[in-house]
Write a protein that binds this ligand. Sequence first.
Ligand SMILES: Nc1ncnc2c1ncn2[C@@H]1O[C@H](COP(=O)(O)OP(=O)(O)OP(=O)(O)O)[C@@H](O)[C@H]1O
Ligand SMILES: [Mg+2]
Length: 376
Amino acid sequence: MTTRTSEVLDKSEVLDKGEVLREHAEDAFAAELTALAAQDDRPRPERWALSPWAVATYLLGGELPDGTVITPKYIGPRRIVEVAVTTLATDRALLLLGVPGTAKTWVSEHLAAAISGDSTLLVQGTAGTPEEAVRYGWNYAQLLAHGPSRDALVPSPVMRAMADGKIARVEELTRIPADVQDSLITILSEKTLPIPELGSETQAVRGFNLIATANDRDRGVNELSSALRRRFNTVVLPLPGSLDEEVDIVTRRVNQLGRSLDLPELPGGAEEIRRVVTVFRELRDGITTDGRTKVKTPSGTLSTAEAISVVTNGLALATHFGDGMLRAGDVTTGIVGAVLRDPVADQVVWREYVEGVIRERDGWKDFYRAARENSR
Ligand SMILES: Nc1ncnc2c1ncn2[C@@H]1O[C@H](COP(=O)(O)OP(=O)(O)OP(=O)(O)O)[C@@H](O)[C@H]1O
Ligand SMILES: [Mg+2]
């Protein structure tokens, strides 16, 4: 018996959703999305599951008239989310730009989930992304047996989004080779995808739009052509504005991730999160939080996302090998790993910081000791 692709695919549908390692946003937050849809009486753009207002509420959090609590997904300026959502209701596509770890991918997934109920129409951009990933490919067995036909055509996620009036997502747009990027221009300006082999085309229906993400630091890898850039509204996602805001983001995400990994919340968690975020911010900003001491910045990005994984790893260490408390030693290992990207130059930066700043800080003795131990 041969296994058809569809049989393999069907299997994933019978999986218990709770069993998958990482649920899609529309599954993980299905209850919130349903509650929002039920109580949302504002006008919805065609094929949108929610009104723009409800999409923004889904992202930013809030409380519905019936008391349902919508958890915040994105923590940051409200205006950014409003502009992003509004853009998707226009004929321009949305480009989320920012330094690594500023939640570009995260926001893009949640926007697609809230608007189309489907965040899976995704193209991952790399230097090797072929045109088929953006347009369409062919099932060669079919093509050879029956010649070019609709049945032999394998639509890309973008093509499916066009046909179904959904949101397509392109990750890391600037890494995609320029000629492949260019195939997006027709799609975004004409809202049409020509299929010359069949003498036909796929026209986008209402509801279709596209969210691309790009990393600030990658700019120049493949600079976006101005023709493509003009098809996008660019929204820049900033780094968290304050220590408290970043602590809040890390705490929420660590709790969510911890739950999905069956890690308990441990005493000491709040304090260590604050210390990790403090260290990250000081090294990133090149100055201590009291504004008194300048410090050198290491070569790594030390993003919020990395802070989240440092704490999550620390929590796992403490759970499996600790004494029931999250301690400095559980997080300093991860911090050192994040800071020492360039083994020589970053080592100097880190030493200076540990000896010059951490050592002197009130209440950080245990942290200082752990940091020294881990840096050896
Ligand atoms: N402002 C924020 N609000 C909520 N979560 C955030 C915020 N900033 C970062 N995060 C969290 O950081 C993690 C990483 O985010 P994400 O992968 O989306 O970053 P990115 O900008 O796409 O990074 P990269 O440029 O490396 O692709 C996510 O778990 C996200 O929840
Ligand atoms: Mg990303």
